[in-house]
Design a protein around this ligand. Structure first.
Ligand code: GTP
Ligand code: MG
Length: 394
């Protein structure tokens, strides 16, 4: 699972990245602070099943606080994208190639109204413009990649009488495009005529639809803590009712996460509360209480960072979290309780899960056992979010 952070310069991509990963990255108020991509590990939050089993888990990866399990996901932060990037403006859009393997994008938008389209300081800037131009630049990026090979690829697929959707997904597997997504796009577009004969505007439309399908996007309305933040966030929501837009203050999440790391406060990422537990100065206390009042109490999802990560994986991509769990004992051979948690696409079966654990588990699959009910499930059993399953092999 790879989540890509995109947006124009100075919107807070690296701040969001740092808040989610606590990796040391550069953050500054001038455009193009980030040039080389930052890779890191963030987490989605899942209500852990250990509570139901009256135990405390020991995760191999990620962590668990008060029965809230944090499951690792890969995050990538890249340079800022400006209008005209596909014609080489700013840093261009070639750096997006680093994000070809992304499953989902988070568009970090700046609702403070204080950064213009190139990330420079301004006043009363309308964030709605950024939603439109960013989509356009992402479409152009896809379109350029497709255009390069389209004619020869499509002709070859036609001559060899290949299954078109499968051939496209194979040709563009680097973009993590799958056959189902291509099929869906073809049905929606319903173009007549051979793909090798498509006009440029048809291919442009195809690229745009395919991009939306294979890189779904959620919007982080960042900097809601600022004076105009809430008002501009409401405006975004009104103008784009079909998009998932979540209010966010990456800066606040970063402050809370760093204070928690230094044992100054107790804060579970994504919660609407924190408790001061360490020795802090009056000034630090004032800053933290301001976050409580202006962000945590003011927005239903707190700082929004955790909600955005969760929403991208569980609402937009519709993934489910599955726990490998012995039906008679929850610990692995080393005594670790519920050490793993897998993120799988919706519709995954018990057999898919077995293969996700290990190819040998998949190949030697006999049955699955639901650790809660002790019921036996066959290979076609469709898994549910937070299922706990044992895989029995030959
Ligand atoms: N008020 C406020 N400021 C923020 C927030 N998030 C980031 N900032 C500030 O916005 C500025 C830009 O932050 P960065 O994280 O460097 O932005 P970026 O999008 O990575 O910028 P580039 O790498 O240049 O594309 C910094 O001064 C941050 O402190 C937020 O939630 N609220
Ligand atoms: Mg940056």
């Amino acid at each position: 699972m790879l989540i890509g952070l995109v947006g124009k310069p100075s919107v807070g991509k690296s701040t969001f990245f740092k808040a989610a990963t606590l990796a040391e990255v550069e953050i500054a108020s001038y455009p193009f602070t980030t040039i080389k991509p930052n890779h890191g590990v963030g987490y989605v939050k899942v209500e852990c099943i250990d509570k139901e089993f009256n135990t405390q888990c020991n995760p191999n990866h990620g962590f668990c606080i008060e029965h809230q399990r944090f499951v690792p996901i890969d995050l990538m932060d890249v340079a800022g994208l400006v209008p005209g990037a596909s014609e080489g403006k700013g840093l261009g859009n070639q750096f997006l190639d680093d994000l070809r393997q992304a499953d989902v994008f988070i568009h970090i938008a700046d609702v403070s109204g204080t950064t213009d389209q190139e990330g420079k300081l301004t006043k009363n800037y309308d964030a709605c413009k950024d939603i439109i131009f960013l989509e356009e630049e992402l479409d152009k990026w896809y379109c350029n990649l497709l255009m390069k090979v389209w004619k020869s690829f499509a002709r070859k697929a036609e001559v060899e009488n290949l299954n078109f959707a499968e051939a496209v997904s194979r040709q563009f597997s680097g973009l993590k495009v799958n056959e189902e997504q291509v099929k869906k796009v073809m049905i929606n577009l319903d173009f007549k005529g051979k793909p090798s004969m498509w006009k440029d505007e048809q291919l442009t439309k195809f690229a745009s639809y395919l991009r939306k399908e294979s890189k779904p996007m959620i919007i982080a309305a960042n900097k809601v803590d600022t004076e105009k933040g809430k008002e501009n966030y409401e405006k975004l929501k009104e103008n784009f009712p079909d998009l998932i837009i979540i209010p966010c203050s990456a800066d606040s999440e970063l402050a809370l996460r760093e204070a928690a790391k230094r044992n100054l406060i107790k804060y579970i990422p994504g919660s609407k509360n924190f408790e001061i537990i360490g020795n802090i100065s009056e000034q630090q206390k004032k800053a933290l209480e301001k976050i409580r009042k202006n962000v945590l109490d003011a927005f239903p999802e707190g700082t929004g960072v955790q909600a955005i990560l969760n929403s991208s994986v569980f609402n937009l991509l519709k993934y489910i979290a599955i726990f490998p769990a012995g039906a008679s004992k929850l610990a692995d051979s080393k005594g670790n309780i519920l050490p793993d948690c897998f993120l799988l696409p919706e519709g995954s079966t018990a057999l898919d899960f077995a293969f996700a654990i290990h190819t040998d588990f998949g190949k030697n699959f006999i049955k699955a056992i639901d650790a809660r009910t002790k019921q036996t499930k066959g290979k076609d059993y469709k898994l549910k979010h937070r299922d706990a399953m044992e895989i029995v092999t030959r």
